[in-house]
Design a protein. Sequence first.
Lengths: 242, 302
Amino acid sequence: MSPNYLPFGAPAGENTGMVRFDRVGLSYRQAGGGHAGPEVLHDISFTLPDGMFRWLLGPSGAGKTSVLRLMYLDALPTRGSLNVLGVDVETARRTALPRLRRRIGVVFQDFRLLAHLSVFDNVALPLRIAGRPEGQIRADVTEMLRWVGLGQKLGTRPMELSGGEQQRVAIARAVITRPSLLLADEPTGNLDDAQAERLMQLFKELNRLGTTVVVATHNDALVGRHPAPALRLDHGRLVGSG
Amino acid sequence: MRPAGFDELGLRRAVADRILPSLVAAMAFLAALALSGWVGAASLARHWQEGAGAVLTVQVPHPANAAAHGGGTRLARVLGLLTGTPGIAEARALTEDELGELLRPWLGAAAERLAIPLPAVIAVRLADARTDLAPLAARLEAAAPGTLTESHGVWIRRLSVLARSLQACAGLALLLVALVAAAVIAVATRAGLVARREAIEIVHGLGATDGYIAARFAARATLLAAAGGIAGAILALPILLTLATMAAPFAGLNAPADSPSNVLTALPTPLWLALPGLPAVAAAIGFLTAQATVRRWLRRLP
C-alpha cells in the first residue's frame, strides 16, 4: 500500500467536508420498546471545517463511536442540530440521506465486510449502489485492490484473508467512491505497528487531497507519532477540542 | 450498474427457496380449484337460465285415449288447447325416441320396450316466463284428467341462486387464498430480513435507498412465488380436467376428454385463460408483499 501513488484524486462532487454539531444529544432506543434510553451524548458542539484531520479521543465508553455514528448517519440526534456536508440532518427528508451517505467513507474496527461476496464485489458495492457503469467499476476496483496489495485476491472471500488484508479491503471499500468525509473507528485495532503506520500515511494523503478525516482511537502512541488537532470526549461530553 | 443476479444481501440462502415455492404452489393449487368452481358455477347458472328459463313440461297420461270432451285423443286435445293459448310460443310433443333418450339414464336403453305405460310429454316454450300457469293447468286437467303441468322456472331460479352462491363462495375462497399467500410471503420476507439484518445495515450504510434494498427482496420473492404458481397450476391441471369431464353432462356437453382435442375443449375457455394467470398473480403478490414488508421494516433505520 503506497500512499504516494493513490489511484484517485480529490473527493468527488462538492468539497463541503464540513461537520457541525450544535448542542447535540443522543439516546438510543431501548431494545424491544420504543422508549428512549439514557442519553449517551450530552450537548456536543463543535465545527469541523473542510479538509481537516481530527483525532477523536477518549477512554472506552466515552462516546467516540456514538459521535462517529451520528457523522455517518447511522443514528440521528435526539436533540440539538447536526449538519453533515452541508445538509441539516434533522430537517432533511429521509430519502435525501442515502445520497449523503454515499459521500461518507467509513472504516470499522470489525471491517463489516460481506462474507458471501468476493473481495472485488465488496469493494465494488458502493459503486454499484451509486449506479456507476460496470466497465468503470471493474477498472476502478481492480486498480484500487492492486494498490492496496490485493490485486491477486479479487475473487477471494474475506474469511480467507488475514486481519490486515481484511482491513485493507475495508479501506478500499471506504475510499473507492472518493468520499468527502472519511471516518475510521479504531482502524488500527487489528493491525501491527507497521500496518498501522501505513494506514496513517494513507489517511494523511487522503486528507492532503481534500478529504475531511476523523479517526477515533485510544492508541496514544499512534496519536503521539502523528500530532493533529483532536476532539476529546469523556462520559458523553466534549471535554476538549483543538 | 449492478450486474443481473448480483446477490449483495445474500438472499439466495436467507429467503427459503424450497419452503416458500412449496407453500405458494399449494396456494396456487387451491386457487386453481376455487377458480374452476367459480367458472363452473357461472357456466352452469348461465346454461340453466338460457336453456330452460321459459320452458314448461306437460305430461299427458294415457295419451291415446279419448279426451273428456269433444273428439280426438287426450294428447291432441291438450296440444290443441296449448297452441290456442296466448303467451305460448311453441308446444311440441316429444317423439318416442326423444322420450327414450330422456329416460335412458333411469331405465336404460330398452325403456320403450318395457311394458310401462309412458305418458306423452309436451315441451312448451313460453313467450313470457312470467305467464300465470294456474288457469292453463286447470283447463288442461279438465280436458284430460291426470295431466301434469310442471314449470321449470321455480327450480331454475333456485338452481341459479345456488350457482351464484357457489360462485360467491369460490370468489371468497380465491380472496382468502390470495391473502394467505401474501401472509406466507410476508412471513418469509420478515425471516429473510432478520437473517440478513447485518448485510442490510451494511448496504444501507453504504448509501442504498429503501427502494434498492426492497427491490432485491422483491426480485427474490417474485421469482420464488412465480415458480410456486407454475408448479401449483400444473399440479391442478389433471384434477381440473377430471372434474371438467365429470361435470360436462350437467353443462350440456358430453365429450369425454379422451383425445388431445377433447382435452383442450374439456376446460372452459375462461379457465384456460385464467390458469396461466395464476403464476403471474402469485408473482405480483410476491412482488407487492415483499416491497411493502421490506419498506415498512426499513423505516426503523435512519
